[in-house]
Design a protein around this ligand. Sequence first.
Ligand SMILES: C[S@@+](CC[C@H](N)C(=O)[O-])C[C@H]1O[C@@H](n2cnc3c(N)ncnc32)[C@H](O)[C@@H]1O
Length: 218
Amino acid sequence: MNRPIRSFVLRQGRTTPAQKRALEQLFPKYGIPYSERKISSTRKLVLEIGSGMGETTLEIAKAHPEADFVAVEVHGPGIGSLLNAIEREQLTNLRVIRHDALDVLEHMIGDGTLAAIHLFFPDPWPKKRHHKRRMVQPAFVALAARKLAPGGVLHAATDWPDYAEHMQEVFSKEPLLETASAGFAARPVTKFESRGQRLGHPIRELLFRRTGTAPAAR
Ligand SMILES: C[S@@+](CC[C@H](N)C(=O)[O-])C[C@H]1O[C@@H](n2cnc3c(N)ncnc32)[C@H](O)[C@@H]1O
């Protein structure tokens, strides 16, 4: 069987009773089941890939009530935590998808529709033999660029210097992208980032935008 190389390994991890309850009771309210139907929004739409425990996602969505956010994550406990936080804050502009973000980008997002893609601290896969598992590869970047609206931002961050170099190179080579000076939103410190900071890792932020001019607001 020709198995695709995945950017994640599903760890079972511990799901707390509160996370389990959220997955059962709140997913129907705030989740979007994976399907091959496109997500539609009349407002600016931002997709986050690998939202982890979701604290950063929540902060950004709270700070931008004018936009819609979709967080994609495969890790059940993280999705459960974020669902609980959405309910606690009564947020109406943040939904979650529990599925491989590559399929979501390909099948659930229309071309030229995203105001931003957030890729904060993707799994670094530090061993050389695992580099093929890294999310940032030319095919992923071409797909991500195609999904951005003109002027839409690809905002990535990492605490692994060689991954940052690789991202910089792959983003720069994508014809639909050019460097950007600002993201869609300011990025609060993420959970994974604070771990990197404790270990003394340098943090690199990468900002690129899709070429072309955004259509004027009507
Ligand atoms: C290193 S963690 C960072 C989490 C969070 N962004 C942060 O900074 O704290 C990377 C996350 O990406 C998720 N992930 C990896 N590959 C994914 C994929 N193909 N689709 C969805 N989520 C993915 C993992 O489950 C993990 O939670």
